[in-house]
Design a protein around this ligand. Structure first.
Ligand code: AHR
Length: 530
């Protein structure tokens, strides 16, 4: 055998022995079929949350006397940034705060309002900002209010009176009180949640699932009799500590409230305290698992519910975020509580959450990033200005582009397994197997497909064939990318290291489009299928 044939034979032997060591490696594949639909994407997937906590309200959205504020005291620079998030609705006023909040303290002439001791976050609540100021804020930024009533230290009567104050045009005392306060027209607030995290031992007025169900059912009765069109949200599980039973809580309240409520609220916070990138990047899948478990419970109850023509119960992920740094006793109290700085890997986890909501849009119909400004937030405000944290960008990209029908895409790519790790501080452990490097969602609207792809691979780009199963890709496809110099890159007042960058268009024609998704990135690709 001559030397050349010997070399060829050796190469063939190596290839046969290691078929996966690819000299001719295959691209990953994403198949898009516009007939394979999941559900309508609700605009309420892109909501947010304002709590009386730290500098979210005072020194965040509201800063009377600041040269950066308007005549009513609202920060103009903050409002501009909020508008960029295209926020569908904002949950208010808490959070843990609401369980010791009495809404009457926050209405009426400012000089008659009294400060109160605030027990949830150990601060003094001045009450200079309340219902009417919040509604003004919502109107200025073009978003819808979503109120949470106090089911902890509050009564069902107090909840009813708040609905009357907000939604009844005239006649009864609290409707007239609103008018006396200078607001002649009712606000017609549609979304109301029946308390916050009532399964948590930390909640003031914490209840058992049975006691919560009874109180929530009666509150709902009074609130609906006052304003029949409102949508009600039950407080689902938030306690995932090892000694808690979140499934038991959810199944009990869904059973008890199946004829009453319109949504069940779930909360999730994740973190990376062990500095393990790959574990952390898999945490949105925990949100997806919890979604599927609760979806099963809803389906079981809906089969026997007596809801007339009302829609089934949906899931509201009305608090989600990365939160683990500002979680010491010290950083959870006072005026600078929960000021969490974010980096690129956090932004990619947020993109993962948003992909989960879109992929499960048949049942997830509401989601709220917690929170809007300063407190675990996409917007960081100081006296002299603001900057946009890394997590601002994925939320803005989704909120401004994602609508229509969610598609069930087929994804074929490499995977990895995680170690056993803590999802969030104090929570039980998880272990995730076969985590795909590419995390994908797709939506379709009037001939336009939008693909959102997180490449979880820290080091490698992933060349991918996008395959159109019905019709053809056509014309210029827009490409947006969120990435940064490395996974720990952060933004600050001087520099935006992580932001949305518009890449050159791809000219598409036919059923295949190839794109290489860069390491540690979110890419949105948007174009027509004909
Ligand atoms: O968003 C911060 C806090 O997290 C909220 O007040 C509470 O509902 C949750 O535990």
């Amino acid at each position: 055998m001559d030397f050349k044939s010997f070399k060829i034979r050796i190469i063939l032997i190596v290839l046969a022995a290691f078929p996966t060591v690819t000299l001719f490696s295959q691209n990953a594949r994403i198949k898009i079929d516009t007939d394979r639909t999941i559900g309508q994407v609700d605009k309420n997937l892109f909501g947010n949350f304002v709590e009386h906590l730290g500098r979210c309200v005072y020194g965040g959205i509201y800063d009377p006397g600041s040269p950066l504020s308007d005549e009513q005291g609202f920060r103009k620079d903050v409002m501009e940034a909020v508008k960029g998030l295209n926020v569908s609705h904002v949950r208010y006023p808490g959070g843990n705060f609401v369980s010791n909040y009495h809404w009457l303290d926050g209405v009426g002439p400012a000089n008659e309002r009294v400060p109160r001791m605030e027990l949830a976050w150990a601060r003094l609540e001045p009450n200079t900002f309340g219902t009417n100021e919040f509604i003004q804020f919502c109107r200025k930024v073009g978003t819808e209010p979503y109120f949470s009533v106090n089911m902890g230290t509050g009564t069902i009567e107090e909840a009813q009176r708040w609905v009357e104050y907000c939604n009844v045009k005239d006649g009864p005392y609290y409707a007239e009180l609103r008018k006396k306060h200078g607001f002649p027209e009712p606000y017609n607030i549609k979304y109301w949640s029946l308390g916050n995290e009532m399964d948590g031992f930390w909640q003031m007025g914490h209840l058992s699932a049975e006691d919560y169900s009874k109180k929530a059912r009666e509150a709902a009765k009074l609130m609906r009799l006052t304003s029949p069109g409102i949508k009600l949200v039950a407080a689902g599980s938030s306690n995932y500590r090892p000694n808690a039973d979140p499934d038991e809580w959810n199944s009990t309240i869904l059973h008890e409230l199946r004829d009453v409520v319109d949504y069940i609220a779930l909360h999730i916070y994740v973190g990376n305290p062990d500095n393990n990138y790959y574990n952390f990047m898999s945490t949105p899948l925990v949100c997806e698992q919890r979604t599927k478990i609760v979806k099963g419970m809803i389906n079981k109850e809906m089969a026997k519910a007596d809801r007339g023509t009302r829609e089934p119960i949906y899931i509201a992920w009305d608090e989600y975020n990365v939160w683990y740094r500002a979680r010491t006793d010290e950083s959870m109290q006072g005026t600078r509580a929960l000021e969490e700085p974010y980096n690129l890997e956090d932004a990619l986890v947020i993109a993962g959450f948003l992909n989960v909501f879109v992929r499960n849009s048949d049942v997830v119909k509401m989601a709220d990033m917690a929170q809007l400004v300063n407190v675990i937030a996409p917007i960081w405000a100081e006296k002299n200005g603001i900057y946009k944290q890394t997590i601002y960008y994925p939320l803005a990209l989704f909120a401004n582009n994602i609508k229509g029908t969610s598609l069930d895409v087929f994804v074929d790519c490499g995977t990895y397994d995680t170690d056993e790790f803590f999802i969030g501080l104090g929570e039980s452990k998880t272990k995730q197997a076969h985590v795909p490097y590419l995390d994908v969602s797709a939506t379709y609207n009037n001939g336009e497909v939008v693909l959102c792809v997180v490449n979880r691979n820290k080091d490698k780009a992933i060349p991918t064939d996008l395959l159109c199963q019905k019709g053809e890709f056509t014309g210029a496809f827009k490409v947006f990318e969120i990435n940064g110099p490395d996974i720990k890159s952060m933004n600050n007042f001087d520099k935006e290291n992580v932001k949305t960058v518009t890449k050159p268009d791809i000219n598409a024609k036919g059923i295949k489009l190839t794109y290489s998704f860069p390491a540690h990135s979110l890419t949105m690709i948007k174009g027509q299928i004909k």
